[in-house]
Design a protein around this ligand. Structure first.
Ligand SMILES: [Fe+2]
Length: 385
């Protein structure tokens, strides 16, 4: 092994992982502020009873709480603006985001832009965040995005039809509380979609041109935790052991790709998501086998290693092992009822032209193991219809 390789990792939050760790939310929040904006989604946290328990714990620790509920899937810039307004009116000094990837991304953006001038759209279009924001605590209720540890928040600008990230070190939460208990009530489809997102993130981190020795270790562990337990978590959502493995895998994948970046699945997922409104994880799962096939000429060895780590095969021939990974993914996607073609998401030939430029220019595509050229991408998309 060449031990002289150079690499740099992005900063990470303090991570509190494990069943029961959500009980620390009041104590942890009180260490960072006294007035919290609690950001969450459209009601599942309230229905599960967790919202009342979390608010109760915050109040018990002397933290005043303003609840910003109603973050939608694939959240908009307008939602972040509403949250910033509520935060200013209430004079909050800490942001606590609890929910799926959308709620966490909105909470992160509100916290990071709390003291920033201008509009959210300015930063979505590339303005650098120079003002220090508020401390952010993130507690995911799905195992998928890994956003509890990453320096970006994915938001949609519906006026411009653009789905993209705002990025910056200030977007990284101070603390990530990852309690697998919170995922027990996620329904099968949400479990499948978010779990496939996590699996794709692990595999794309592993094959990315930005991968290094540390991210490889994180991504490999993530693949094993997710690949070994996602089917069980999907079929029996109450299986806490399976939920723990998928939660940990999702977290590790987030820690890996925050530094290594991703690949073509994620390069395409934003324009496809913007065109269809389909959940990000479903889009990622649907694209994965096709992208493995596309990348086979460039990433065969890494795919083969992944197949052996997942215990799919012990075949020493890289090409044979890599294609067994491909078949395993095809079968997994079928079992999780994700779909296999872009037509199933409502995409037509007329939609493809608008997907080309954003895919090629995305940072994810630029870290894909095989270069993504315009003619190859046209060919790829036409075959996926
Ligand atoms: Fe993703």
């Amino acid at each position: 092994m060449n031990s002289t390789k150079r690499f740099q990792l992005v900063p990470m939050p303090e991570v509190v992982f494990g069943t029961g760790t959500i009980a620390q939310v009041g104590e942890r929040t009180a260490q960072l502020g006294s007035k919290a904006l609690l950001v969450t989604g459209r009601g599942s946290l309230r229905q599960s009873g967790w919202l009342d328990r979390i608010v109760g714990d915050l109040v018990e620790h002397g933290v005043a709480v303003t609840v910003f509920e109603g973050v939608e899937p694939e959240p908009s810039l307008a939602t972040v603006e509403r949250g910033r307004e509520m935060l200013r009116e209430a004079g909050c000094d800490v942001v606590l985001a609890v929910g799926g990837g959308s709620s966490l991304d909105v909470g992160k953006a509100i916290g990071a832009l709390a003291n920033a001038p201008g509009t959210v759209a300015d930063y979505h279009q590339g303005r650098e965040i120079t003002e220090t924001g508020l401390p952010i605590i993130a507690a995911p209720t799905t195992s998928g995005t890994g956003t509890e540890v990453t320096p970006n928040a994915v938001l949609s600008d519906h006026e411009r039809g653009v789905k993209a990230s705002i990025r910056g070190d200030g977007i990284i939460p101070k603390v990530a509380i990852v309690d697998p208990q919170l995922t027990l009530t996620a329904p099968p489809a949400a479990t499948a979609y978010s779990g496939m997102d996590a699996f794709v993130q692990a595999l794309e981190a592993y094959t990315s041109t930005g991968a290094n020795l540390v991210t490889d270790g994180l991504a490999a562990a993530a693949l094993v935790h997710i690949g070994g337990s996602l089917r069980t978590a999907y079929h029996d959502g109450s299986d806490l052991c399976a939920r723990e493995h998928v939660s940990l895998g999702s977290l590790l994948a987030g820690m890996a790709f925050a530094s290594s970046r991703l690949g073509l699945v994620h390069g395409l997922a934003h324009p496809v998501g913007a065109a269809t409104g389909e959940p990000h994880g479903r889009v990622c799962g649907l694209l994965l086998a096709h992208v493995i096939e596309f990348n086979m000429v460039a990433a065969c060895e890494k795919y083969a290693q992944a197949a052996r780590m997942l215990d799919i095969t012990a075949d020493p021939d890289d090409e044979v092992a890599a294609w067994q990974l491909h078949r395993w993914v095809v079968e997994l996607v079928e079992e999780l009822q994700i779909g296999t073609t872009l037509s199933e998401l409502g995409v037509t030939e007329a939609d493809l032209a608008a997907m080309i430029e954003p895919t090629i220019s995305s940072s994810s595509s630029q870290h894909n193991p095989r270069e993504v050229t315009e003619p190859d991408l046209w060919d790829f998309l036409r075959r996926m219809l």
